[in-house]
Design a protein around this ligand. Structure first.
Ligand code: AMP
Length: 403
């Protein structure tokens, strides 16, 4: 089924368009350190503004626990959005009651208003359907139609993502349409060879996607903290590296499944270890032989893939026609452990085909290394959402838009 697009909503001039965006940007103090998600929202916002709509934007940042918490205010997001649009963005922090409804009705065509963090209200994330629907009914008074453009939240069954779309005429924005189009191509008809590179800290977050990807990929490379559970499953001593021991049986099952399906499974053959999690920690490379001989050293942590592994993954990426990458290869935030992630990122920029960076930390990493979005086929704004999409799951925020 196709997803409903903005055109399906008809002429929007003079209407109030209630939008859901993903403005969950990383912030240090009050400084936004990566505004990629705000930039990704601009095409739809500009399109609607040009069409004479008045915009009322809902978004969240962090996990404020259903109550106002100044640490998670969207004030600085409103400022950055205003800079990027080159026009005023009215920031509304006075609740969602009558006053808010009146403020939205007073908007002129082309004006943009951002409401304070929607997760300051417990109805937004409530697990109780009736409670969420009631909250969505309140939100529905803020607009005449609803446009869902926060791809990073479409896997959430939340009031401003899911329930609201049932209460107003609704459609996907340009970003959601684009993300779905690209990920659909990866899910249904990736050009071969298709390689997936997974990293990051938690293997348990990615088990479901590994299971559903194995029958569809030519190669699967595993780096980051999650690689140590694979190395441990193969009988290596991983010392104090990240390990999810309870996942070992499942991981062993995947190693066998990969072999049966003829999938090339690339695991680290060398790793960079240090005794502490710090920028100044003394570090060294442990080779394949060292890993096999349980030679990591009892009190060290594996914090990056080694240069040999990084080269093997980069070569695999370069020989592929389709590559999806989610999760850093090491603790890229600390410079001694950023090389693996840098090498893989560099290879992705040179793929002769489609390269997709899947959200969150990997997107932040490539921008931190100085790459532009245009250096890749696509940088998804949604980490969890893109993984769940590739698992073939039904995502509530897309299902409700007709997908
Ligand atoms: P995730 O949210 O699961 O994608 O994990 C991202 C985080 O994984 C980043 O903050 C990295 O610093 C971290 N990470 C990557 N490799 C390792 C490792 N070997 N040990 C500990 N943390 C890691």
């Amino acid at each position: 089924m196709a997803i409903r697009n903005i055109a399906s909503l008809g002429d929007l001039s003079g209407k109030r368009v209630l939008m859901r965006e993903d403005f969950n940007v990383p912030v240090s103090g009050t400084e936004i350190t990566d505004d990629g998600r705000i930039r990704a929202a601009l095409p739809t916002i500009n399109n609607l503004v040009a069409g004479g709509a008045a915009l009322v934007i809902l978004a969240h940042r962090g996990r404020p626990d259903g109550a106002p918490d100044d640490k998670y205010t969207l004030r600085s997001v409103a400022e950055r959005l205003s800079e990027l649009l080159g026009k005023e963005v009215i920031f509304f922090a006075e609740g969602l009651d009558e006053e808010a409804v009146a403020a939205t009705k007073a908007l002129e065509p082309g004006q943009v208003m951002l409401m304070e963090n929607i997760r300051f209200y417990s109805g937004e994330t409530s697990k109780d359907d009736a409670e969420r629907e009631e909250f969505a009914a309140k939100l529905a008074k803020l607009g005449d139609v609803f446009v869902s453009d926060g791809f990073g939240v479409v896997h959430r069954k939340q009031a401003s993502v899911y329930d609201i779309a049932k209460q107003l005429p609704s459609a996907a924005g340009l970003l959601v349409e684009k993300e779905v189009g690209i990920l659909e191509a990866l899910l249904e008809s990736p050009e071969q060879p298709y390689t997936v590179v997974l990293g990051g800290s938690k293997v348990s977050d990615k088990l479901a996607v590994i299971d559903s990807l194995l029958p569809r990929v030519d190669a699967l490379a595993i780096g980051g903290g999650m690689a140590f559970t694979f190395l441990a499953a193969l009988g290596n001593n991983v010392a104090k590296s990240l390990l999810e021991a309870d996942q070992i049986p499942t991981v062993l099952g995947y190693i066998e499944k990969a072999e049966k399906l003829g999938v090339k499974l690339i695991l680290p053959t060398d790793v960079i270890v240090a005794s502490t999690f710090s920028e100044t920690a003394e570090h060294r490379t442990v080779t394949a032989e060292g890993i096999a001989n349980s030679d990591l050293g009892a009190d060290v942590l594996g914090l990056d893939i080694g240069p040999e592994t990084a080269t093997v993954i980069a070569e695999q990426v370069l020989s592929s026609k389709t590559v999806f990458w989610n999760g850093p290869m090491g603790v890229f935030e600390l410079s001694p452990f950023a090389s693996g992630t840098k090498t893989v990122a560099a290879a992705l920029t040179k793929v002769n085909g489609l390269s997709v960076v899947g959200g969150g930390d990997s997107a932040a990493a490539v921008r931190e290394f100085g790459y532009k979005d245009s250096d890749f086929g696509h940088i998804s704004t949604g980490g969890g959402a893109s993984l769940e999409f590739l698992e073939g799951k039904t995502l509530p925020g897309l299902e409700v838009l007709g997908w």
